[in-house]
Design a protein around this ligand. Structure first.
Ligand SMILES: Cc1cc2nc3c(=O)[nH]c(=O)nc-3n(C[C@H](O)[C@H](O)[C@H](O)COP(=O)(O)OP(=O)(O)OC[C@H]3O[C@@H](n4cnc5c(N)ncnc54)[C@H](O)[C@@H]3O)c2cc1C
Length: 400
């Protein structure tokens, strides 16, 4: 069984892996390219098995406490009137707004705070080279430091460089014809505790969501085929969003002005990571680096904590790393497949391009959110996850 494990990346998956591995008795070092722990990011939700993982890591209550306080989802018209809504209290379990909505940075912080006493952290550095001789991995870092590990866990997110180095040509990304920009804007008196979702025509949507930090989390989304926008600089991306959203209506003016002043602008053209395997020798991928399902899958953070926990659990159960990594992959594949199963047409259906299309969608949402239909709608937005069986693992209860 490997003893000293290097985790690369200190966000949701990396910190969760560090915590679960340390609790299972491994010696863990985490390397993160950012100069310090990275706050920031918008709403992520933790559903179903992800809640169970947090419970097992003794973090569920803290996560609920740190949640955004979002109480439901409302689709609004250009005047801000509610077209349809689903309040989480009105449905059993999670709806489009889950019971556990939390900011990415707040969840990462909880995991980091719990892990940092048990694992070593090396910020402002990254893996420069790996030499896996079958018994261990010699790692060279950008800083020039070198160390040998029994196993390397890559949790570097969707754009992982280490993945590209180790699995060249194997990632066949699936582009989802959808661009998102997230940032934080000042809160106004009209911002309530609902996720307010406005559909303009031409595939555009504006989202405003509450947080517990006295600000409002904004998201602009645009349904279109990608044309390299992810490679542009931030200034050009913002200019492009201005041009696209200037006449979108509702709160577009306020949101665009807030975007110009935001210091946490995050822009992504959605792409799924699709790989035939997640491990090679003694290096294994987890989180978005392995299987990014994109926010359209709705379970990216849930998968990140679950994958980390399952990986630690399998490594604790198996003497051979190869058996453990094969078992980890077998346990996680069905849930990942489910999360990635978003039909290519879904972004287009949910983001109409014509005004009649928006009216049609609003009509469908009204029907879907009537008291009799809303539980079914909530269940559809929260369909079964084909989650792994956590009862195999006791990494949570072995806490030291
Ligand atoms: C700053 C930030 C903001 C985000 N905001 C949102 C959001 O608003 N909404 C949303 O749905 N998702 C957001 N995400 C993505 C979301 O966190 C993930 O989809 C999901 O939680 C899975 O997390 P992950 O840990 O696998 O990947 P990520 O959260 O992407 O984390 C990857 C980590 O690895 C680090 N890293 C990358 N390359 C290297 C390297 N070569 N060496 C060392 N470290 C490396 C990164 O700095 C980062 O800390 C954000 C991610 C980040 C990093």
């Amino acid at each position: 069984m490997p003893r000293h494990i290097l985790v690369s990346g200190a966000s949701i998956a990396g910190n969760a892996a560090a915590l679960a591995l340390a609790r299972a008795g491994f010696t863990v070092t985490v390397v993160e390219r950012a100069p310090a722990f990275r706050d920031g990011g918008q709403n992520v939700d933790i559903r179903d098995v992800g809640r169970e993982v947090l419970r097992r890591l003794d973090l569920e209550q803290a996560a609920l406490h740190a949640g955004t306080g979002e109480e439901g989802t409302a689709w609004v018209d250009a005047d801000g009137g509610t077209v349809a809504e689903i309040m989480t209290d009105d449905v059993e379990g999670d709806g489009p707004t889950a019971e556990l909505e939390i900011l990415r940075g707040d969840l990462a912080r909880l995991l980091y705070d719990a892990a940092r006493d048990r694992a070593g952290y090396r910020f402002d550095d990254r893996i420069a080279g790996l030499d896996d001789d079958g018994d261990g991995v010699d790692v060279t870092f950008d800083s020039g430091a070198r160390a040998r590990y029994d196993l390397v866990v890559v949790a570097e997110g969707v754009g992982s460089q280490t993945r590209e180095r180790l699995f060249p040509g194997e990632n066949d990304p699936r582009w989802l014809d959808m661009t998102l920009a997230y940032f934080t804007i000042p809160r106004t008196a009209d911002d309530d505790r609902r996720w307010r979702w406005y559909h303009a025509s031409e595939g555009r949507s504006i989202h405003l969501r509450p947080d517990r930090h006295g600000t409002t989390r904004a998201m602009l989304s645009l349904q279109k085929a990608p044309e390299g926008e992810q490679d542009w600089g931030e200034a050009r991306q913002k200019r492009w969003l201005h041009a696209r959203f200037a006449d979108a209506g509702w709160e577009a003016g306020r949101v665009l002005a807030g975007m110009d002043d935001a210091d946490d602008f995050y822009f992504e053209v959605l792409r799924q990571v699709q790989l035939p395997r997640w491990h090679t020798g003694r290096v294994v991928l987890t989180g978005d680096a392995a299987w990014c399902v994109t926010p359209l899958g709705g379970i990216g953070a849930t998968l990140a904590v679950t994958g980390a926990y399952v990986l630690a659990g399998e490594l604790a159960l198996h003497a051979s790393p190869q058996d453990a990594l094969a078992a980890y992959e077998a346990a996680m594949r069905p849930m990942v497949a489910k999360g990635q199963g978003v039909p290519k047409i879904a972004p287009r259906l949910m983001n109409p391009h014509s005004r009649p299309g928006v009216a049609l969608l609003h009509g469908a949402l009204k029907l879907a959110t009537t008291p009799t239909a809303r539980s079914v709608t909530a269940k559809l937005s929260n369909s079964t996850l084909d989650a792994p069986d956590l009862s195999r693992y006791d990494t949570g209860s072995r806490a030291g």
